[in-house]
Design a protein around this ligand. Structure first.
Ligand SMILES: O=C(O)CCC(=O)C(=O)O
Ligand SMILES: [Fe+2]
Length: 236
């Protein structure tokens, strides 16, 4: 896409429903960020989300409609399996807990001459329910395990599934949200596509009663609306 076509979408306003930006202007003291990205609402494509996607890219909309619907189906299947694995009703996650608009990020990490000075994405936990991540074939995703960072090796054709904060809360910390980050490399462009499955804004989030035992394992979180969580997070 030529620069003049990209310009109208370039924004740091997080309320924009389709925006592209770079974090390479910023640093955290010693480490410079090394990451360009597009962030937008994905599934469902039939509502107001798709009208924010760029119309000049003729193949983008049909590809995205297909991809976002397929990832939605995959996420719903995985959520059914997780529920069954936890001894919950198979539909436990497939209502409001996972029916908000998906938030998608297309992450672009250019090669960096000295990767020791940069970080693609700083360490974070995803804040929604579940992430379906395609990291194609260039390694860079790392997950925290105690004091160590483990590289999540790309497997051709496979997605990485990551639990977000809401999964940790609803399961009363049986399934923990794992801290992760993206490192840079000097040899190759790395791209990843993250689909973040969100609860609906008004969804009430609380530890599932099946995951709570007042005597042995009391609820670790109070009940709240997902909207409240997001507002507090953005304000922090
Ligand atoms: O690029 C990656 O592998 C990680 C992306 C990620 O963590 C995110 O978009 O939340
Ligand atoms: Fe993430």
């Amino acid at each position: 896409m030529p620069a003049e076509d990209k310009l109208p979408y370039c924004s740091y306003d997080m309320s924009k429903r389709f925006r592209l930006a770079t974090s390479t202007f910023y640093d955290s003291g010693e480490t410079r960020y090394w990451h360009d990205y597009i962030k937008f609402r994905g599934y469902p494509a039939s509502n107001q989300n798709a009208r924010h996607w760029p119309s000049k890219l003729v193949n983008f909309t049909p590809s995205l409609v297909e991809y976002s619907a397929a990832v939605h189906e995959l996420a719903q299947t995985i959520l059914c399996l997780i529920a069954e694995g936890l001894g919950l009703d198979g539909t436990f996650f497939t209502g409001n807990l996972s029916r908000g608009d998906t938030h998608m990020s297309i992450n672009y990490y250019p090669p960096c001459p000295d990767p020791t000075l940069t970080m693609g994405l700083l360490a974070h936990c995803d804040r929604h329910l579940l992430t379906v991540l395609s990291q194609a074939d260039v390694a860079g995703l790392q997950a925290r395990h105690g004091e160590r960072w483990l590289l999540v090796h790309p497997i051709p054709g496979a997605f990485v599934i990551n639990f977000g904060h809401q999964m940790q809360i609803v399961t009363n910390r049986v399934l923990a949200s794992v801290e992760h980050r993206a490192v840079t490399n000097s040899a190759a462009v790395r791209m990843s596509v993250a689909t973040h499955v969100h609860p609906t804004d008004g969804c009430r989030i609380r530890p599932a009663s099946e995951m709570v035992d007042e005597a042995m394992n009391p609820a670790r979180y109070r009940e709240f609306a997902f909207r409240e969580f997001m507002e507090a997070y953005d304000a922090a």
